[in-house]
Design a protein around this ligand. Structure first.
Ligand code: G3I
Ligand code: 9MR
Ligand code: ZN
Length: 837
């Protein structure tokens, strides 16, 4: 209610101050001036202000005569049962602030006014008890921020019950106006200390496979042209490389160079140095650099288990969420115990569950040798690989989510998200929400897929999976679109969708793969795509690409297969070009919620295209996605907790928040340029798109974790195993003529079969009695990594002498070459009629 012009200027100035204050990476100092509160005089509503209610508190917020007006109809049972607040107030340690506001109440009463931590212990940085009367009083005082810098503190008025003062109160209104918070003295503020360190040389902090592509990304370069790879133990430089590909990286607002050191292949610990820049973090080169990560990426799911006692030194707890759940809108109670908590919250949702299970099963299929039976879950040592045991835990819960007529309930959770407590402390009523066609189709597909995998270990369970899939299919045929929307009184994860076409496609293909019955393909005309929770078509494509027992002569199969191949190749081409355009190699150009999943998913498609075409560039780009997740990114962070040098320490993950440190092996959601929570808004407002990430537990839109962000990481780790270029093993021919020097590394030949070995089935390189992609893959592996997959290699799945005879299908007699792998693919794609060609 003051001079409008002055107020407008103040608001603009305040907005600038917040912007400047929220610069985690920039070196510019913050100017101590202006009102930090942008909506301070309320002439245009309540923007920026909100209320919080709990424990019986009831209130509503509006404005009256240009003042903020909080009408409290019930003071509830706690002093903070009713709060009115202004979010995101940056307070710098040692800064001196002046806080000022006018306040009154229609009913005389005591309240508390403070600036507090938003999360954690909710400690107050400044606090005042206020005896309000109907006459406005001006509160005006200075305080020094003594605690560590908190860039997203909250100005809060506790308007709940005050037992020591008035206690219960009739309905009344509290008026606030002319709020101002200024940083009046920042001479003792060390702004730099509140910004995370931004390394100038970004490497994969977990490490690189010996035969893999190895790249580092540089920034802050002035006139340097070279870098060195240094052995961390001996401090000797083992390689000198050139800084290449200078790129203006607009998305990260920096200039980058890349350094390729793929030829360093000796196992060991290294770092990268470049004159004038800080050395990179130390990383490892080795054949098993990702082994622990693979195990932990799966074991994290064990720690997410619901409904059973969890054994773990840090994260163990008694069985949680064991009550019967109410079917929404009825009095019916059902048992839906089990399954994994979805994420940082404790909801359990069928749609993302299906993605997670599919990733695990296909991860296992892609590289079974990576998955042991001893990762430290209760089923370890039972003869079934732990990854299959873990997936089964989720599948058993999904079965409970199926109705008698085959539909799948969409989800089970409480009505609201819980406080930051361990799962046993969430004791509100569990509610099962209605059936959806997306959940049902996802359940159908994942059960049909699962049936294959458990056949070998537990026939009864495999049959149960198939029965569930059959039932779900019947429901799908009888029911058109049943898309899900959260009922108005349930606010937990929605996992809604615009269409169930892709889910139905996946279900149809997976039913065909499980049964061989072509009737399931009748509705499948073209391949659809997607590997996240809302679009799942590529799981159908993967089912076709990796199907072993198809009738290769069938027209229906051929059509579906070819569609799937071209859908995957088309995506891979575009991903390859996106990845190639970014110095950091990520195959995305927009960073949305869960971008790390999108990046892992892109890696999966790229690696599949590598397997289809044998083209190394696809494998390299797939590897680049993994490298991005593990440290080659503009945030200089390894996004998996507990791995690398710098990784998420404050994930939005309730068990981690309750215990006080991050659970290991969780992939954070990652960069999200849409700033969808208050921490992201506070810290990233002024950041370029590619740096909108903050390791703050309040940042659920950048720093949460989920089961279905971890699972594509596991799958990507599987698919990139043994896909290195094997540069050091490749035979390189250098032809020198007077005018030109050409280096060719394309055609590599390994030993021909032993003299006299006869082919038993042309193309069957792995001697499993069929000609399929596995044969082309083994040929490529044996060429890329002969020490492991060559005829004298160390791996139990290495090519045999008989396999070599079978494999030599192109230009017979020339030994086994990449041409043979290509010929097998051409045959599988029906481009050639028979083998040998
Ligand atoms: O895809 C669009 C893009 O086209 C658009 O340009 C952009 C601009 O806003 O938005 C993109 O959509 C985003 C979408 O995720 C992408 O999948 C939305 O902004 C974003 O709000 C949405 O976030 C979802 C979030 O729930 C909120 O609904 C996440 O995908 C989803 O993973 C997340 O899931 C939550 C559960 O609800 C509860 N449990 C935790 C879990 C993880 O945070
Ligand atoms: O904790 C919730 C997280 O798991 C979800 O992904 C996210 C988006 O749905 O929501 C989080 O809960 C927040 C809610 O949406 C808004 N109020 C603050 C909650 C954080 O506790
Ligand atoms: Zn639980």
């Amino acid at each position: 209610m003051k001079n409008l012009t002055i107020k407008r200027c103040a608001a603009v100035f305040a907005a600038c101050t917040v912007l400047a204050a929220a610069l985690p990476y920039s070196g510019a100092p913050v100017i101590a001036a202006g009102n930090i509160i942008s909506n301070s005089t309320f002439e245009s509503g309540t923007t920026g202000w909100g209320t919080y209610k709990e424990s019986g508190g009831k209130c509503s917020l509006g404005t009256e005569d240009g003042q903020l007006a909080l009408t409290v109809s019930n003071v509830g049972k706690l002093n903070y049962a009713v709060q009115v607040f202004y979010d995101i107030v940056p307070l710098y340690q040692n800064g001196v602030y002046r806080l000022k506001y006018d306040i009154s109440s229609s009913e005389p009463r005591f309240i508390e006014g403070m600036i507090q931590q938003n999360g954690g212990t909710y400690q107050a940085y400044t606090w005042k008890g206020l005896q309000l009367t109907t006459e406005p009083q001006t509160v005006d005082y200075e305080f020094t921020m003594e605690k560590e810098t908190d860039i997203m503190a909250k100005l809060v008025f506790n308007c709940g019950i005050q037992e020591k003062y008035e206690g219960e109160l009739p309905e009344h209104t509290i008026y606030i106006d002319n709020v101002s918070l200024e940083l009046v003295d920042d001479s003792n503020v060390d702004y730099a200390s509140s910004r995370p360190y931004a390394p100038s040389i970004n490497v994969d902090q977990v490490g690189y496979r010996t035969d893999g592509r190895k790249k580092a990304v540089f920034r802050d370069v002035t006139d340097q042209t070279e870098f060195k790879v240094v052995n961390a133990d001996t401090k000797e430089a083992v390689f000198t490389g050139k800084l290449e590909n200078r790129t203006e990286n607009k998305r990260a607002d920096e200039t980058n160079w890349t350094g390729d050191f793929s030829s360093v292949s000796e196992a060991g610990k290294y770092y990268i140095s470049c004159e004038g820049l800080d050395d990179s973090y130390t990383f490892e080169i080795g054949d098993k650099v990702y082994s622990n990560l693979i195990d932990d990426s799966v074991r994290m799911l064990y720690l997410q288990r619901c409904g059973v006692k969890i054994e773990d030194k840090d994260f163990g707890h008694d069985a949680c969420h064991t009550d019967m759940a109410t079917v929404y809108g009825t009095n019916e109670k059902i048992d839906v115990s089990g399954g994994w908590h979805d994420a940082g919250d404790y909801g359990r949702y069928v749609v993302p569950a299906a993605k997670a299970v599919a990733d695990l099963l296909y991860a296992y299929e892609a590289a079974p040798e990576l998955y042991s039976d001893d990762i430290g879950i209760p089923e370890s040592g039972n003869g079934t690989p732990d990854i299959l045991d873990e997936a089964r835990f989720e599948l058993e819960w999904m079965m409970k989510m199926q109705t008698a007529d085959g539909g799948a309930y969409h989800k089970v959770s409480c009505a609201n998200f819980p406080a930051y407590v361990m799962p046993t402390k969430e004791t509100a009523e569990l509610i099962v929400t209605p059936v959806s066609s997306t959940a049902t189709a996802d359940l159908c597909a994942s059960m049909a897929l699962a049936a294959e995998f458990y056949e070998k270990y537990d026939k009864d369970f495999a049959k149960k999976c198939m029965d569930a899939a059959d039932k779900a299919w019947v429901w799908l045929e009888a029911n058109p679109n049943f898309l899900f929307k959260n009922p108005a009184d349930i606010v937990t994860g929605e996992y809604g969708d615009k269409t169930d076409k892709d889910e139905r496609y996946w279900a149809a293909v997976q039913m065909y793969r499980a049964t061989g019955d072509e009737k399931y393909l009748s509705g499948v005309s073209r391949a659809v795509t997607g590997l996240d929770w809302s679009t799942v078509g590529d799981y159908g494509n993967i089912a076709l690409l990796t199907m072993k027992n198809a009738d290769k002569e069938s027209e229906a199969y051929k059509a579906a297969y070819e569609n799937a191949v071209s859908a995957v190749e088309k995506q891979a081409k575009s991903l390859l070009s996106t990845s190639g355009a970014s110095p950091y190699g990520e195959a995305i150009s927009m960073y949305n919620w869960g971008s790390n999943m999108t990046i892992a998913n892109g890696g999966i498609i790229l690696a599949l295209a590598g397997k289809l075409t044998g083209e190394q560039s696809y494998y390299d780009a797939a590897q680049a996605q993994l490298n991005y997740l593990l440290g080659v990114n503009p945030c200089g962070t390894c996004f998996v907790s507990g791995y690398g040098t710098v990784s998420p320490e404050n994930p939005h993950h309730r068990p981690s928040m309750a215990v006080g440190h991050a659970m290991k092996g969780m992939l954070a959601g990652g960069v999200n340029q849409n700033l969808e929570d208050s921490a992201a808004k506070a810290y990233c407002q002024d950041q370029p798109a590619a740096k909108c990430y903050v390791d703050n537990s309040e940042s659920y839109s950048t720093n949460e974790i989920t089961i279905y962000w971890n699972s594509p990481l596991t799958y990507l780790l599987s698919l990139t195993e043994n896909t290195g270029s094997g540069e050091q093993q490749q035979s390189t021919t250098t032809t020198t003529t007077a005018a030109t020097t050409t280096t060719t590394t394309t055609t590599t030949t390994i030993a021909t079969s032993e003299v006299g070995e006869e082919a038993s089935l042309y193309g069957d390189a792995n001697c499993d009695g069929a000609v399929d992609m596995g044969d082309a893959v083994l040929i490529m592996q044996s060429l890329a990594n002969p020490n492991k997959y060559g005829v004298n290699g160390s791996d139990e799945h290495r090519i045999t002498s008989k396999g070599l005879a079978n494999a030599d299908v192109s230009d017979r007699g020339d030994g086994v070459t990449t041409g043979d792998a290509q010929a097998i693919q051409a045959y599988l794609l029906h481009m050639i009629e028979k083998l040998p060609r």
